[in-house]
Design a protein. Structure first.
Length: 343
């Protein structure tokens, strides 16, 4: 019989991870495809802490690269992986912000043989058996929360230098929606305060990330809002971005980022679904839900919906890539979103 995969839960603490990393000679740091602010912040902070410790560290990014984060890379060793390319030999691989093979598919041929020498740090509720050593904290508002502690342990100092504090702040700020999501805990604010004490300029970071959109993004936003469907007594917003929309507005994939947040400003809307055509037969589904202030109207767990589509994520933020034409998927989605209807 095939043995059951290990439960998706921690089997070590952060001090064990820091000890293992500190004893390594060469480390690769990887994250999910199309990395977001939390993934980029965690990988940069971890790699810089290892380099400061005297460990050779390289970050490997794969999939589309969001150019708005380019300014944060500085001199950190980074490889933008292309399929078929060889990778440097390392003693240890650290995987952050995902434990799902579906988010690591390009790197899986390299990572799978390294499983016994792999470390996972994640804050998602579900994943696969990608690493022998695992620290998983679904309570963490961002993966940068546990990564910050690993960085402190590696450097032997609670006060982190600015070049490590800055990417950690980026990750925490972006994965909490600039501290407005319900996932924010007291420790989240304490960590952010520590980053400011280290010299991080939070206002400058906000300008670089949130005030650096390209003009084509406005056209794409217009297309998304023009496609808007309000379903189930206006409790669900469904939007669509096609490849034609992207082409005709001269946009690029990074311009789609954040569009899903637009309808959430409407009080009645409890769930937002953004459908993006990636290829003629591949569709991306992004889902967001709001916390509920009404005990008679429970919040919608969009992770459950995403799982039914082969994806996953968090209670209030999840997604999936589906091997279907968006025209064929939309009727299914409308039906799946029915539980979001206000009773």
């Amino acid at each position: 019989m095939t043995p059951e995969p290990p439960a998706y839960e921690s089997n070590c603490d952060l001090s064990e991870i820091a000890d293992r990393l500190g004893a390594a000679s060469r480390v690769a740091v990887v994250t999910h495809t199309k990395p977001d602010g939390d993934a980029i912040g965690a990988t940069l902070a971890l790699a810089r802490s290892l380099l400061a410790r005297g460990v050779e560290a390289t970050i490997i990014y794969h999939g589309p690269w969001p150019k708005r984060y380019e300014c944060f890379l500085e001199e950190t060793p980074v490889i933008h992986y292309q399929p078929g390319r060889s990778l440097p030999e390392v003693d240890v691989v650290v995987i952050v912000d995902t434990g799902a093979w579906s988010q690591l598919s390009q790197l899986r041929p390299h990572l799978e043989p390294m499983r016994d020498n792999a470390i996972l740090i994640d804050h998602h509720r579900r994943g696969d058996d990608v690493a022998a050593l695992r620290y998983i904290d679904p309570r963490a508002a961002a993966v940068c929360e546990p990564v910050a502690e690993v960085c402190r342990l590696l450097l032997g100092n609670d006060a982190l230098p600015r070049d490590i504090a800055e990417p950690l702040f980026v990750g925490i700020a972006l994965d909490t929606g600039w501290f407005k999501y319900s996932s924010v805990r007291p420790v989240t604010f304490r960590l952010a305060a520590d980053m400011l004490d280290a010299g991080v300029d939070h206002a400058a970071i906000f300008r670089k990330i949130e005030m650096a959109d390209r003009v084509p993004r406005l056209g794409l936003m217009q297309r998304a809002l023009a496609s808007l469907e309000l379903l189930y007594d206006d409790s669900v917003a469904l939007m669509l971005i096609t490849r034609r929309d992207v082409k005709e507005t001269h946009a690029d994939p990074d311009d789609v980022s954040g569009l899903i947040d637009c309808p959430q400003t409407v009080e009645a809307i409890r769930v937002v679904c953004l459908v993006t055509e990636l290829k003629p037969d591949v569709t991306k589904v992004s889902l967001r839900s709001k916390p509920s202030d009404d005990p008679d109207v429970p919040a919608v767990d969009v992770d459950v919906i995403a799982q039914k589509l082969g994806g996953g994520g968090h209670f209030h933020a999840a997604g999936a890539k589906v091997a279907k034409r968006y025209e064929d998927l939309l009727p299914t989605l409308r039906e799946m979103l029915k539980p979001a209807q206000t009773p």
